[in-house]
Design a protein. Sequence first.
Lengths: 394, 91
Amino acid sequence: MGKREFINGNNAVAYGVKLARAEIVAAYPITPQTKIVEQISEFISNGEMNAEFIKVESEHTAMSACYAASCTGARTFTATSSQGLLYMFEMMQFTSGQRRPVVMANVNRAISPPWTIWLDHQDSISTRDAGWIQIYVESAQEALDTTIQCFKVAENKEVLTPVMICLDAFVLSHTEELVDIPEQAEIDRFLPPFEPDYKVDVNRPLTIAAGTAPNLYMEFRFTQQQGMLKAINLWKKADEEFGRLVGRSYGGVVENYKCSDADVILVTMGSLSSTAKDVVDSLREQGTRAGLAKLRLYRPFPEKEIFDALKSAKAIGVVDRSLSFGFEGSVFSDVKAALYNNNCCIPGVNFIVGLGGRDVTADDLKKMYDKLQYIQKNGKAEQTVEFIGLRWSE
Amino acid sequence: MGFIPNKLSDLPAGAAFEGGHPTTHTGNWRIFKPVLNKDKCRNCLLCWIFCPEAVIKKGSDNVEITYDFCKGCGICANECPTKAIEMVKEG
């Protein structure tokens, strides 16, 4: 058993990175992420962490440095938010295309304009197709533990794909909670040193990120897809193993909270899941069979696991903290696709919530469950995309 | 002659190769194959100079033609002063 500290989500991620023995950290500060790399920098200067901190002039360079560092065989980490993540976009593709297992924390912050620093998921969801694994967490404790799991899955020889751990701005990044910090020895048993399959080496020169003609490019993309898909089962295994060795696990890739006999189920990602669990409990006390499917892994999308969680529901609601303008929330699209792929058609509705840091309260969630019960009775939704907590709709 | 993958598992994780650019065989484009008569070869290296694919290797007594990337253009046979290279239809 390690020690217990009263820390915020940013500190928790920094502890995770330290325990994972990351060797290179390259980052550029941005609110609300800054405290992560500030804390890591402190660990390094105190001598608590044996790593190199590369100071850079932009996020594009931060990701370039991480990509290159990972090519040398170093365990590599960075953190960013919002505009910073978008500025990394080009080099994120280098990292994933070249299959370098960099781990990044993205503290979810809305995109400007209107200028903002507050929470929503538009930043990470906008980078959905950059070839990165994305995992969302609910608490500072889960942020610490998942950061360590990220390295385990990313570096697996069958996966070799970078991972982004997403945690909600302020609600997690700046809110203190009691967090158990595992012993170094426990984590060393879980996470062996990174053994790259190849690296920059003067004794074995390689062309890295080599060009390919149309005769081979597609095969590389196909192997990238195969590696990414393997992360679903390997993440479940990593979560179980973490549970055995450290004593905490998070339900694999989709946490099934009272879904098995539920008539109405919400799908959430991130910190909102905690409030939703409380709402499920109070609804159940009143006799409503409510459930919650907390989506941890967003890419690769765990379609079988989400189908298993939702299959017996009479009505489902998907809560998106972002929007694919001109359509609907992306998680809603993906959940519907997963049901379609499993020959399942449950009436559902998409709740767009909390954009730019607007609070999503237990009352809001209760109204969503009321809506689902209404749909359950009537068999279909009147409106598939609903904005929750909007001040004016006309 | 470079890295030539033949199946999916030959590919590394990410495009990283010794000696540069990955490719695939182009020799199967060939309709006529250059066949060397070693007895007639004077090792003058004209074919070695003119081959646009650099598939002809130098040797101590005569040249050697390799076929992975030979597309059968026939320039070697045309240039050979002793007619040591014959273009034979692929069977």
